[in-house]
Design a binder for this molecule. Structure first.
Ligand SMILES: NC(=O)c1ccc[n+]([C@@H]2O[C@H](COP(=O)([O-])OP(=O)(O)OC[C@H]3O[C@@H](n4cnc5c(N)ncnc54)[C@H](OP(=O)(O)O)[C@@H]3O)[C@@H](O)[C@H]2O)c1
Length: 268
C-alpha cells in the first residue's frame, strides 16, 4: 500500500536521514524526528521535521500524538536514534553507559510504547528497530555500544512475538559499517596514562577507518524502504559487505575463544 504514514526517529543525520529520504521517495508520508530540528536543522528531502528527544517521555508522546492528530494513524515507526562512546570497559563511567542505554534502548522503547496503542487499534503497523552487526557480536572498545544493540536484538524479538497477533510486524536492521554518520555521536573516553592507551588508539583508528570506507547510507535507506513496502516484511534485515557478513558467520561457526582472538588481532 503506497502512502503509509511513517515516523523516523533519529533522522537528522546518517542512516536515519537516508531512511527518511528513501521512504519519502517511495511515496510515503514521512515525519523526521530529532532534537536538532528544533534548532532549525534542514529536514530530510521530502519529509516533515518534528522536534523529538527520545530520552524525554513528553517529547516522544507529543511527536507521536501530533502525527496521529494530523493523519489519524501511524503505519511505520523506524527507530534510528543512537549515540556511542568508545572506551575500555574498565574505564567507561557508569553514567556514560546509562546515557547510551537511555538513547539506544530506552529511546526505542519510548517510541514503541507511544506508537503501539494506535497501531493496535488501527489493525496493524510496522516497527523497524536499528540494531547493528554489533548487536550480534562485540568488538574491542565498543562493548557498551554493542551491549545496547544486543539489548535491541532481544527487545525486538520479544516485541515481534507479542504484537504479531495485532497485525504488527517488527523488523530488526543489522547494518555493517556505513559512512556518513555524524562525528557528533562518536565520542571516546580514555583515562590519562591508561594501560589501554596504545591498543585503544589502534582499535579506534581501525573502527573509524572501516566506518569511513563503509557502505553508502542510501544502501540501508533503500533496503528499509523495500522492507516497508512488503506485505510480509523480513524479521531481520542485514545490510553489510560480504566481508562483514563473513564476520557474523564466523561468530556463529567458531568456538567463542577463537573468535575473540581473531577480533582482538584484527583491531590490534
Ligand atoms: N553508521 C554505521 O556504520 C552504523 C552501523 C550499524 C548500525 N548503525 C545504527 O544506525 C543508526 C543510525 O546511525 P548513524 O551512525 O547513521 O547516525 P548518526 O549520524 O550517528 O545519527 C544519530 C542520530 O540519532 C539522533 N539522536 C541522538 N540522540 C537523540 C535523542 N536523544 N533524541 C532523538 N534523536 C537522537 C541524532 O539526532 P539529533 O542529535 O538531532 O537529536 C541523529 O539523527 C543507529 O541506531 C546506529 O546504531 C549505524
Amino acid at each position: 500500500m503506497p502512502g503509509k504514514i511513517a515516523l523516523v526517529a533519529g533522522a537528522s543525520s546518517g542512516l536515519g536521514r537516508a531512511v527518511a529520504e528513501c521512504l519519502a521517495a517511495a511515496g510515503h508520508r514521512v515525519y523526521a524526528g530529532a532534537r536538532s530540528f528544533a534548532q532549525g536543522k534542514e529536514p530530510p528531502k521530502g519529509c516533515q521535521a518534528l522536534a523529538l528527544d527520545v530520552t524525554d517521555d513528553n517529547s516522544v508522546r507529543a511527536a507521536v500524538g501530533e502525527i496521529i492528530s494530523r493523519e489519524g494513524r501511524i503505519d511505520v515507526l523506524v527507530c534510528c536514534a543512537a549515540t556511542f562512546t568508545m572506551a575500555p570497559l574498565e574505564e567507561l563511567p557508569a553514567e556514560t553507559l546509562a546515557d547510551m542505554m537511555n538513547v539506544n534502548l530506552l529511546g526505542d522503547a519510548r517510541c514503541v510504547q507511544a506508537a503501539l496503542p494506535r497501531m493496535r487499534t488501527q489493525g496493524g503497523g510496522h516497527i523497524v528497530l536499528f540494531s547493528s552487526l554489533n548487536g550480534l557480536f562485540s568488538i574491542p572498545f565498543q562493548g557498551a555500544y554493542s551491549a545496547t544493540k544486543h539489548a535491541i536484538e532481544a527487545y525486538s524479538q520479544a516485541l515481534s512475538q507479542e504484537t504479531r497477533r495485532f497485525g504488527i510486524r517488527v523488523t530488526v536492521v543489522e547494518p555493517g559499517d556505513c559512512r556518513g554518520g555524524s562525528q557528533r555521536y562518536r565520542l571516546t573516553h580514555i583515562e590519562e596514562n591508561s594501560p589501554y592507551g596504545e591498543a585503544f588508539r589502534a582499535g579506534t583508528q581501525k573502527i573509524h577507518h572501516d566506518e569511513s570506507h563503509g557502505l553508502p547510507p542510501e544502501r540501508v535507506g533503500r533496503a528499509v524502504a523495500r522492507a516497508v513496502g512488503k506485505k510480509r516484511p523480513p524479521a531481520r534485515l542485514v545490510v553489510a559487505s560480504l566481508e562483514q557478513r563473513f564476520g557474523a558467520w564466523l561468530h556463529i561457526l567458531l568456538p567463542r575463544g577463537l573468535f575473540n582472538r581473531i577480533m582482538e588481532a584484527y583491531y590490534r
